[in-house]
Design a binder for this molecule. Structure first.
Ligand code: NDP
Length: 396
């Protein structure tokens, strides 16, 4: 019986609240807090209608450590589940330290003025979390998140050494909009427009943004799609935690239409993250762009098709070469029917709920700051099948 404080009433936040409400034997009390309380109220109303569960709502500015700490002291949650933006990771970890409460997020910290995400800022909290006897679980979404758990599971059961890892993220869905992002547009565009990076023979190799591509033939009728090499945050921890790894890469599918719009927006300066003067005021172009693009949460009823995210491993088991693919396919329409959100929010929100469940049930509990692959993957893999993200494994 636990009380979870969920922070961030966006696309992912909505799924997490709905999924926690479905598991009331673990999440006996749910509070949703965000900057805009009306968004919390709308989510709480949907949860009440779908599950009958009453969700408490609060207003909080998660950038303000004192304000969050005061909220935590007042409502006394057992866990803070952060699905606001990566900018809020450090202030929320500070608030957890101040109040002695466990922490979970789905994306690593990123400073607002530099488009650069790295675990170093959050890993720097390790000793303080250990000393306080509390735990932080980093990156409990799909990628990072489930992809890390797939790796831990492959390493535990199927390989003596994993030599190459390719994480491949395919969104074969369509929302019918000229241009929209499936999660927070500012975070999404910052991620996609940065330089590519993969890891080979102990070193990081950089590539120009979206300059490398391959065509991958996705299973179960999705078919061949063009995928682009990108840097993605889970690579940073996985290269430290997988035995014998020689190469690790991350790929994502983009349509020509998406890439053309992105190129134009970049060329005209609309993806800039530095402030520019406009009519006497300072505005950040990418933040203005976010304001005119569709809200990711609004894409739920519009999106059709499926996502397919998985890991391709090559390595050795008992002296024999082996190649294996573990993946999940998620339907946008089915996710919408179940919780009123498209599959990108769904595939992030379900693992966030499962990560929190692992911690609250004591299955994953250790003071310090941890990445997903550092825990036993088996109970998490079992819960993926139970709570809406079943996986398939094939030997290639
Ligand atoms: P949204 O923009 O839809 O939602 C973010 C929410 O956080 C908004 O409701 C916003 O409130 C709230 N928020 C922002 N700043 C603050 C603040 N200072 N205090 C309180 N609340 C705040 O984003 P998504 O739901 O799409 O994404 C949420 C997180 O999930 C992101 O960190 C994203 O990177 C991560 N993610 C992870 C994935 C994974 O697989 N690991 C995949 C997809 C997303 P308001 O509306 O009032 O501004």
């Amino acid at each position: 019986m636990s009380h979870v404080l969920i922070i961030g009433a966006g696309g992912v936040g909505s799924v997490v609240v709905h999924k926690c409400a479905q598991v009331s034997e673990v999440f006996s009390k749910i509070t949703l807090a965000s900057r805009t309380v009306s968004k919390c109220e709308a989510i709480a109303a949907s949860v009440k209608e779908r599950t009958g569960v009453q969700v408490a709502v609060e207003k909080v500015d998660a950038d303000n450590v004192a304000e969050t700490a005061a909220l935590i002291r007042r409502i006394k949650p057992d866990l803070v589940l952060n699905v606001a933006l990566p900018y809020q990771d450090l202030p929320l970890m500070d608030a957890c330290l101040e109040t002695g409460v466990d922490y979970l997020d789905t994306a690593n910290y990123e400073p607002p003025d530099v488009a650069k995400f790295e675990y170093k800022w959050q890993w720097a909290y390790r000793q303080r979390f250990e000393k306080a006897g509390i735990m932080a679980l980093l990156g409990s979404g799909f990628d990072p998140g489930v992809t890390n758990v797939y790796c831990a599971w492959a390493q535990k059961h199927h390989f003596d050494e994993i030599h190459t890892l390719d994480i491949i993220d395919c969104n074969a869905g369509d929302h019918g909009q000229h241009f929209a992002t499936n999660f927070n547009p500012e975070i999404n565009i910052r991620e996609i427009t940065q330089r590519g990076r993969y890891w080979e023979h102990g070193e990081w190799v950089e590539t120009d943004p979206l300059s490398w591509s391959m065509t991958y033939d996705f299973p179960e009728g999705i078919g061949p799609k063009k995928c682009f090499l990108m840097y993605h945050e889970e690579l940073e921890s996985l290269v430290q935690n997988l035995r014998g790894l020689k190469r690790a890469r991350f790929w994502m599918t983009f349509s020509e239409q998406y890439l053309t719009h992105l190129r134009v927006l970049e060329n005209v300066g609309m993806t800039r993250i530095d402030p520019v003067k406009y009519q006497g005021a300072e505005i950040v172009p990418i933040q203005f762009l976010k304001a005119v693009l569709p809200e990711p949460a609004s894409l739920g009823p519009l999106t059709k098709g499926r996502t397919c995210i998985g890991c391709v491993f090559k390595g050795v088991k008992d002296g024999k070469a082996k190649q294996m693919y573990v993946y999940n396919i998620c339907s946008h329409e089915e996710a919408f029917r179940e919780v009123g959100s498209q599959a990108i929010s769904y595939t992030t929100g379900v693992p966030a709920m499962i990560g929190a469940k692992m911690m609250l049930q004591g299955l994953w509990q250790r003071p310090g700051v941890w990445n997903m692959e550092e825990f036993d993957p088996d109970p998490f893999m079992a819960d993926l099948n139970t709570y809406g993200l079943p996986w398939t494994v094939v030997e290639l």
